[in-house]
Ligand binder design. Sequence first.
Ligand code: NAP
Length: 294
Amino acid sequence: MRILLTGSDGQLGSEFRTLKRSTAEVISTGSRELDLTDEQETRRYVRDTKPSVIINTAAFSDMDAAERNWDACFALNAMAPVVLAEEAHRIDALLIHYSTDQVFAGTKTEPYVETDQPAPLNVFGASKLAGEEGIASSFARAIILRLGWTYSARSENFLRTILRLAQHSDELHVAADQIGTPTSARSVAQATERLVRMYADSRKTQFPTGIYHLAAGGATTWHGFASAILSMAPGSRKPILRPSETSENPSFARRPRYCVLSCNKFLANFGFQLAPWEQQLKEVMEEVRGLSAA
Ligand SMILES: NC(=O)c1ccc[n+]([C@@H]2O[C@H](COP(=O)([O-])OP(=O)(O)OC[C@H]3O[C@@H](n4cnc5c(N)ncnc54)[C@H](OP(=O)(O)O)[C@@H]3O)[C@@H](O)[C@H]2O)c1
């Protein structure tokens, strides 16, 4: 089994390095090794390396910047995945691609299922939806995992921002009117690795492909997440945490108010699910403590 991993220095891509390797050979690429916005280079790279699985973690993931750079955002989130899917189809490889809860408008009050109608509110969500649709029409054998709010101990993300601000601020204002599910990038990498093993052991044509929701269990607000982070943070300095409305923190991109994902389809097809978000946070904070001590 040979795996082509894109975005290998990103938040999710870098978590694959921490996993215990099976016998698979992994070709790790960042934008320097493989610029996915270069269609000819991408096609040539896949044809030359002939992977049996392509794991595409590369993305234009800055939601606010996407509003002003929609062409760059669509090139990476919508067009590149289709090129990868077409090449995967050509060499009979499995494509594992990641999408987002941001494809939904957030008007529901109970977890979104895969058959719910997407209606993105921002350019980023629209680009990810276009990527999903392009992959679906490529005939490639593909798994698309729509993720919740993703974070890790290392990369720049909400958890790291809260920990950094906590060192210098007496008071933090965090949105309490958006509900979603913090999900550790490590758990997504582990789940992906497990899917790859299941695929390797399966009859390829019968592997259950399609769109799946994948997030930790439970739900909270950004304020609830920040509160849990601070309660587990090392050191005694803790700022006062105030709930705020999204409208008080103006950003370019509109965000869905509710984007909890039901992962029942994933559980039914693959027989496992991710741990509750609070348990995942404990594990990531252990890692943060280890990194601070090092
Ligand atoms: N983070 C979240 O909250 C979240 C939530 C839901 C879904 N997701 C999805 O999960 C996946 C992984 O997200 P992430 O948080 O790991 O993203 P990330 O940390 O922003 O990493 C994205 C990677 O894309 C690579 N990239 C950028 N331009 C490229 C290009 N032209 N060619 C090739 N690679 C390029 C970058 O590589 P270089 O560093 O080498 O430039 C970067 O490492 C994405 O599909 C994202 O949409 C993320």
